[in-house]
Design a protein around this ligand. Structure first.
Ligand SMILES: Cc1cc2nc3c(=O)[nH]c(=O)nc-3n(C[C@H](O)[C@H](O)[C@H](O)COP(=O)(O)OP(=O)(O)OC[C@H]3O[C@@H](n4cnc5c(N)ncnc54)[C@H](O)[C@@H]3O)c2cc1C
Length: 246
């Protein structure tokens, strides 16, 4: 990504807010450059000291800030996230002028089975905020979110509120893969990795491959497994891999 810096004019934007959720998960709110447009589910490319990475956008296009949800990959494995982690309100990052990506909301499918691990929830938050803002009707969202620990869900209160207010078209199922850890002692919801509960919920939600798009975002191992499970059943599947498995 760095090789193209000379050709593309990079805007600098300020961090206007920061919310820390755990020791390695936080949300950043960036000022939105003039004329910066995107579709729900697209990503922006931000950078510090010439190092750039892609981040899916949490916010919907009508919002006045660019909201990001980031997981720290500690140094020396992670390069940009340790730098981003050190930034605070008032600091600046570069941003490429155009948002990109094809992992966008496809209205033509009635049902959307949205599967994510931790930060992989980001594109779906944008889909749903936008869908509700535009008062759309006719689609259904079935969201399955996996994490090791309950404090990694982060956007779960928003999703619980939405699935309560719009219960006819939004369903939200969070699942914990390490139910026996002390941090998860109060958990009474679904357990198992998110890919392990997919089949159960396809049956419970009674959705079929005819009118359902399956979207999988986040951990590459989860994505591979979902494709094996549901690809065999004829589902259309879209994926957004945040990183490659070694
Ligand atoms: C389209 C797209 C959208 C993305 N959206 C987000 C997002 O919304 N939030 C977010 O936090 N990240 C997102 N990423 C990942 C992001 O671009 C960076 O790769 C990540 O933040 C790590 O950056 P880094 O420079 O610290 O480490 P890198 O140098 O990018 O990676 C270092 C090592 O860590 C691995 N790695 C990268 N991310 C993770 C992770 N989360 N968990 C475990 N290992 C990882 C890489 O495969 C590599 O081996 C997205 C990636 C893509 C391609």
């Amino acid at each position: 990504m760095n090789n193209n810096n000379r050709k593309i004019k990079l805007d600098k934007v300020s961090i206007v807010d920061r919310k820390d959720h755990t020791s390695d998960l936080w949300s950043l709110f960036l000022e939105k450059p003039n004329n910066f447009t995107f579709k729900p589910g697209q990503y922006c490319t931000i950078g510090v000291d010439g190092i750039e990475r892609a981040y899916s956008i949490v916010s919907a296009p009508h919002e006045d800030k660019i909201e990001l949800f980031i997981e720290l990959v500690p140094f020396p494995d992670g390069i940009l996230t340790p730098k981003l982690y050190d930034l605070n309100v008032g600091d600046q990052v570069t941003i490429r002028p155009r948002a990109k990506g094809l992992f966008t909301f496809k209205e033509e499918f009635t049902n959307h089975l949205l599967i994510a691990t931790v930060t992989g929830i980001v594109p779906y938050i944008s889909y749903i905020r936008d869908y509700i803002y535009r008062s759309c009707l006719g689609n259904k969202f079935f969201i399955l979110l996996g994490a090791s620990y309950i404090d990694e869900f982060v956007y779960d209160s928003e999703l619980i509120d939405l699935s309560t207010s719009y219960s006819d078209f939004i369903k939200f199922i969070p699942t914990i893969s390490r139910p026996n850890e002390p941090e998860n002692i109060k958990w009474s919801g679904e357990i198992g990795r998110v890919n392990q509960i997919v089949e159960k919920y396809v049956n419970l939600f009674d959705i079929s491959s005819d009118d359902t798009l399956v979207s999988a975002c986040g951990h590459p191992g989860m994505i591979e497994n979902v494709k094996e499970i549901l690809g065999d059943k004829g589902f259309s599947i879209e994926e957004e891999r945040y990183w490659k498995e070694d």
